[in-house]
Design a protein around this ligand. Structure first.
Ligand code: GDP
Length: 301
C-alpha cells in the first residue's frame, strides 16, 4: 500500500508517473485542503480537484488547474455582468465544484470527494487532509493577504514576512492510512503551504515516524521549479535549497531525492537523512515522471 502527500502542481505530475506503474487500488493520495474556500458561490478545493482530474486523465496539465480543453462561458458572462471572479473557473470544472458544494450540505468533504472519485471512475483513494475549514494568511510588506489574493491578485509579488495558518484535525481515515502504508511518498510540493499543513496536524508526524517515508525536493538549485515556495521558505527562516526542504522533513524522513543540479549538496544532506538519491527530478515528459516514480518506489516491495 502506497500513500502520497500532495499539493496541486509538483506532486500531481509525479502521480501521473506512479499511476502507470502501480495498481490503482494500491494507492491513496492525501491532499492539502488549507487553501479551500468559497469563490463565486462554489466550494473550491483546488488541490483535491487537481488530483481528481489527474487520476481521471482530464487534468489541464499546462496550468495544473482545471480540466483540459474546458471553456469559460460562465466566467466571461460573470465578467459581462460586472461580477468578475478572482478565480478563472472553467465550465466543466464549475460542475465539479457545484456538485461538491451541494454534497457538502449533508456530507463531510471526505465523503463528498469519495462520491466524486467513484463517479469519475477513480479506484485510488483520495483523502482530503481535513474535513474542517482552515484559514491561511500570507503576511506581506503590504499587509496580511488571503492566499488567493496573494497568488492571483498580487501575482505572488509582495515581500513575504510570515505565513500563518489555522490548526485543523486530520480527516478520520488519514492517520490509519499512513500507518497502514508500506511507503509514504512526499511529492515535490510546496513544503510550506502544501505539505506543512498536512504534517502539522495532530498525530501525522508520529504516524510518519512509523512508516518508510521518501520525499522529493521541489527546490532545484536555489529556487522552486514553479510558484512561490522559495519566498515562503525564506520567510520562515529555511534555506531555499534541497537542504532547507530536507531539514523540514528530517524528523521522519528515510530517503530524500534531489536533482542532479544539486549533487554538490550530497555530503551535507547525507548528514541529515539515511538514504539519498540524485537524479533528474524535472518532470517534463511522461518518461521523466515514470522514472522518478520508479526511483521513489524502489524500496517498495
Ligand atoms: P500548489 O498546490 O499549486 O502550490 O502545488 P504543489 O505544492 O503541489 O507544487 C508546487 C511545487 O512543485 C513548487 O515548489 C515547484 O518547485 C514544484 N515542482 C513543480 N514541478 C516540478 C518538477 O517537475 N520537479 C520538481 N522537482 N519540482 C516541481
Amino acid at each position: 500500500m502506497i500513500s502520497v502527500l500532495s499539493g496541486g502542481t509538483g506532486t500531481p505530475k509525479l502521480i501521473q508517473g506512479i499511476k502507470n506503474i502501480v495498481s490503482p487500488d494500491d494507492m491513496s493520495i492525501i491532499v492539502n485542503t488549507l487553501e479551500n474556500d468559497y469563490f463565486s458561490g462554489v466550494y473550491v478545493a483546488a488541490d483535491v480537484d487537481t488530483v481528481l482530474y489527474t487520476l481521471s486523465d482530464i487534468i489541464n496539465d499546462e496550468t495544473w488547474y482545471g480540466i483540459k480543453g474546458d471553456t469559460f462561458v460562465t466566467h466571461k458572462q460573470l465578467d459581462n455582468l460586472n461580477f468578475p471572479e478572482l478565480l478563472r473557473i472553467g465550465d466543466l470544472d464549475r460542475a465539479t465544484k457545484i456538485q461538491k458544494t451541494l454534497l457538502l450540505e449533508n456530507h463531510t468533504l471526505s465523503e463528498a470527494v469519495d462520491i466524486q472519485r467513484i463517479a469519475m471512475g477513480i479506484e485510488s483513494k483520495i483523502i482530503p487532509m481535513s474535513n474542517e475549514n482552515s484559514q491561511i494568511k500570507v503576511i506581506t510588506d503590504i499587509g496580511a493577504l488571503d492566499f488567493h489574493d496573494f497568488l492571483i491578485k498580487h501575482q505572488s509579488n509582495p515581500k513575504v514576512l510570515d505565513i500563518q495558518f489555522s490548526k485543523v484535525n486530520p480527516a478520520p481515515n488519514l492517520i490509519n492510512t499512513i500507518k497502514n502504508s508500506d511507503i509514504v511518498i512526499i511529492g515535490p510540493s510546496n513544503p510550506i503551504t502544501s505539505i506543512m499543513p498536512i504534517i502539522s496536524m495532530d498525530g501525522v508526524i508520529d504516524a510518519l515516524k512509523e512508516t518508510y517515508v521518501v520525499a522529493i525536493s521541489p527546490i532545484v538549485g536555489n529556487s522552486p521549479v514553479t510558484g512561490p515556495a522559495g519566498k515562503f521558505m525564506n520567510a520562515l527562516g529555511y534555506d531555499v535549497s534541497a537542504i532547507g526542504v530536507c531539514s523540514i522533513y528530517k524528523e521522519f524522513l528515510n530517503k530524500f531525492i534531489i536533482d542532479e543540479v544539486d549533487k554538490d549538496l550530497k555530503n551535507e544532506i547525507i548528514n541529515i537523512v539515511d538514504e539519498l538519491e540524485v537524479t533528474n527530478t524535472l518532470m517534463n515528459t511522461i518518461e521523466d515522471k515514470e522514472n522518478l516514480a520508479k526511483i521513489a518506489l524502489k524500496s517498495y516491495k
